[in-house]
Design a protein around this ligand. Structure first.
Ligand SMILES: [Zn+2]
Length: 256
């Protein structure tokens, strides 16, 4: 039995103002914490974002003390949590840009040239800031199009031995793309009810999001950072995963 914990009422009161519960499927809840001020260094300039993080729980309670007590018993650092960076008047602006960015440990953090995720991440933040209103959803359970980091490492070994990115996933027993956008869309709906403009190069992703209930009024594309290291990979994305090619538009991508 975990010890009964008592928290300072002031702490609970502060958190209660910043935690909202979003009803999810099958009696689950998404707890959204934020906004939190997050100044970000974007290409050398400091830009202010509002940051939110969320967690999907098998419990429906509005008792924040209970939630806080429960979380300290769970080793959350062992799990991935997704979050969203919001810029401008996201709730009310007539047109708002959004990006659903799948986590890419190698591209986003290390700056790997095997894909263009890091480039896309920064560029979509830049687009959002230049437009004035928008949100970047960073989806932490989407590594390797949903196969996880260890499996992505194995897929890279296969890719180094002649398999393309789609076949590598299939050879490891995965479907090509197992990403789910349900929670992110529910979080989006809690932050904005008007339609959004989606930043993506991938018509399939647009379809997946629209089918999952996202109200998309427009799509803008994001191309660039093609190099000798990711050329073949990007070509596969275009040929096998339904992406628009750079001949038709401007460039190529992995994260989509
Ligand atoms: Zn990547």
């Amino acid at each position: 039995m975990p010890a009964v914990k008592h928290f300072d009422p002031k702490v609970i009161s502060l958190l209660s103002e910043k935690i909202q519960r979003i009803p999810s499927d099958q009696g689950k809840s998404i707890y959204l914490v934020g906004p939190i001020k997050l100044p970000v260094n974007l290409y050398g300039e400091t830009v202010e974002f509002k940051w939110y993080c969320w967690l999907n729980c098998r419990e429906e309670t509005d008792d924040v003390e209970r939630i806080v007590a429960k979380l300290s018993d769970i080793n959350l650092a062992e799990m991935q949590q997704s979050s969203v960076l919001v810029h401008g008047d996201f709730a009310n602006a007539e047109r708002a840009l959004i990006r659903f960015h799948s986590i890419c440990h190698t591209g986003d953090i290390f700056g790997s040239k095997r894909c263009d995720c890091g480039y896309q991440l920064k560029q979509s933040m830049k687009h959002i800031v230049e437009h004035g209103h928008g949100a970047l959803f960073y989806l932490a359970n989407h590594e390797g199009r949903g196969i996880g980091l260890f499996s992505k490492a194995m897929a890279y070994i296969l890719q180094e031995n002649g398999y393309d990115t789609v076949d590598a996933n299939l050879q490891l027993g995965f479907v090509d793309d197992s990403r789910d956008y349900g929670d992110a869309i529910k979080v989006l709906e809690a932050l904005r009810t008007k339609p959004v403009t989606l930043i993506t190069n991938n018509p399939k992703k647009l379809d997946a999001l629209t089918n999952a209930g996202l109200d998309v009024e427009d799509r803008v594309q994001l191309w660039g950072d093609v190099s000798e290291y990711n050329e073949k990979y990007l070509k596969t994305k275009v040929e096998r995963s339904g992406h628009m090619g750079e001949e038709e538009e401007e460039g190529c991508c992995n994260n989509d």
